[in-house]
Design a protein around this ligand. Sequence first.
Ligand code: TYM
Length: 333
Amino acid sequence: MENTEKKQVVFSAIQPSGTITLGNYLGAVRNWVSMQEEYNCIYALADLHTITVRQEPAQFRRNILDAYASIMACGIDPEKSIFFIQSHVHTHAEIAWILNCYTQFGELSRMTQFKDKSAKHADNINAGLFTYPSLMAGDILLYQTDKVPVGADQKQHIELTCDVARRFNGLYGEVFKIPEGFIPQNGARVMSLQNPLNKMSKSDENVNGCVHLLDPPEVIMKKFRRAVTDSDACVRFAEGKDGVNNLMTIYGAVTGKTMEQIENEFAGKGYGDFKTAVGEAVIEELRPIRERYERLIKDKAYLADCYHKADEIALKISSRTLAKVKKKVGYIV
Ligand code: TYM
């Protein structure tokens, strides 16, 4: 019998603010890939978000294409998913303005990412950095999204998205579907290898803290060999062992092993063996991605064909929601 049940919609996005990291991959992109079979998946390169921090134009342009090719290399299949570029689809900027008028100053002030980023870029605390969650809410709500696969750091933004959507629906009727975050059990918060109290981030000043998706194998191994641990010399998951916990989390996320299995595997062994095993596992996970990336980045025409097609479909779908929103608010459409 034909399956007539409608597939649920998945939406997520990533900023092309630098090279994609192991944190992005384990926290989000890996799930984007696995969800393609079961869901209607829509993914975006959130390049409108990226200019909340000043970008050098030529480098930014390179980062956009590089990030697009990297995400495709992770396994996003253009035949199965829609993977578009946010700045090419004008409905996003448009709905962001409308949602800004339904989001409170107090709500935006409570966003931890705003507080962190404004501390980090104290010379450029622009209005975009402040209203960024309204744009993100618009991204999600335009597609009547059911599930949003993200890392733990985006949870607060998704909660705000739901609050704004409920408020809007409360005023005008059922306009938006209320989405739900989809945060992995393991890998939702990969920490810096050099300072395991901080999130692994594209903009980490310490190059050894962050593993990039396209790092060559010897670089990945060097970073893991230098990873900060402790003086306990015992591979076990416990409070206060942030460096080891992080390495165990990464190893578990890549191999599928539980913390207990990892503890048993390395019982009686030193951190040297453990770090080498984590490095090797990550190298093997990333090797095919790097190889696919090398092929894709050479084929700019193919990449352009993929995003042009996706941009067009994204515009078509999102325009329906935007038109409904505008009508409800009272605009003549
Ligand atoms: P961004 O570009 O900072 O990160 C992309 C995705 O990677 C996850 N992530 C991590 N997961 C685990 N450990 C880490 N160290 C780590 N660092 C990043 C993030 O949680 C995210 O899922 N605002 C978003 C982009 C965005 C978006 C959206 C996401 C724009 N519109 C709509 C979902 C839905 C961001 O800056 O992600």
